[in-house]
Design a protein around this ligand. Sequence first.
Ligand code: ZN
Length: 427
Amino acid sequence: MRRPRQITLAIAAFIFTLNSTAAFSQTPLPRRIIIAAGTVFDGRGHVLHDTRIVIQGSKIVTIDPKASPVDYDLRGLTVMPGWIDAHVHISWSFGSDGKNAGGGGTTPEATLAAASNAWVTLQAGFTTVQSVGNPSDVTLREAIAKGSIPGPRILTSAEPLAGQGEQTGTPDQIRAFVREQKRAGADLIKIFAAAGPNRSDPTLSRAQLEAACDEAKKLGLRALVHAYGPAVRLATMAGCSQIEHGVGATDDDLKLMAARGTYLDPQAGLIWENYILNRDKFAGTPYYPKTPEGFDSMQKLIPLYHDFLKQALKIQGLKILFGTDALAGSHGRNAEEFIDRVRDCGVDPMMAMISANSLAAEALGLGSQIGSLAPGLQADIIALDGDPLKDITAVRRVVFVMKGGVVYKTDLPPNKVQSKQTIEVTP
Ligand SMILES: [Zn+2]
């Protein structure tokens, strides 16, 4: 469609004005923000003491114990990079009837619920999430990226590929589906290659998985595969980037993943705890048991998932990510998964933090932008009231959240922090 000539001229004139203004005016540098911290995890496993983080605009510019004046005094807290959750369903919510409404709704209620999920997730210390996903995520991602509404940075799969055996399509049709998601704005491709832990038969063939993951790779996208049992090996052999869940994989399958650098994103409880907690809201909705009693059997799945994570921890070189599978009821409670991993599976607390910092950033292909506290990286910074290395429940007490240099939460405990105002004045 051609634009009317007058509009084209008006746009040209506007761009000219903008350019000439830029040429004569000096853009002021964004304000510096300085954070004083007693204990800092850098996101890669190192701990810094008594230092200051200097932020300008959206980025960290330096870490310098002598920098002043201080804007936020976070001494007495544990400071670290904002967490990254590699597996959420950001738009899933409960509807106005209180029942699970799933995700992807486009009603005003569903849209507001998705925005609310984004807000509570950010407030809980998660500054980036990977939503796996549905098409409505794209609009939410854009609104947050523009700064129209607050929320974590979102990466999304748009529409996932649901494996249904031959019905899924030929390899060529699957490649076309992957290209369609790229056009729709997907950051990654999500693939379902098995039903669940009790029905782990692969729902896609090796050739179908290869088509999906190879096409994704050609387009510069990663492919995340929901897989159990034998589907784990199939997806690994097919060159897919990451395995979600994974229960039922053998040691040999996991060793193959380690050798090929395939990420594993297992869960240690939150997903099942959430279903049991909210059983009345899930009961009778599509794909869930009809009655609240039907959720009793889920209790038995929790030890299965614990055992699987313990099994995976023993595999040398296997890259184990933090991903919660957060959906209706668990948004904003993503950090409970840290507690499950450390308390119930013996995950080292620092490893748990790294799995949601530098390792997750690397898995998302964003290692040079987020997941660590270092000059040049995005200023995604959170602070916990407590030390998660001594007491993992400190992850529930996120009292400070900054994303891209913007502060979204300063709920600082008065007994630990002298002042959140400037404590030194520039001469
Ligand atoms: Zn999921």
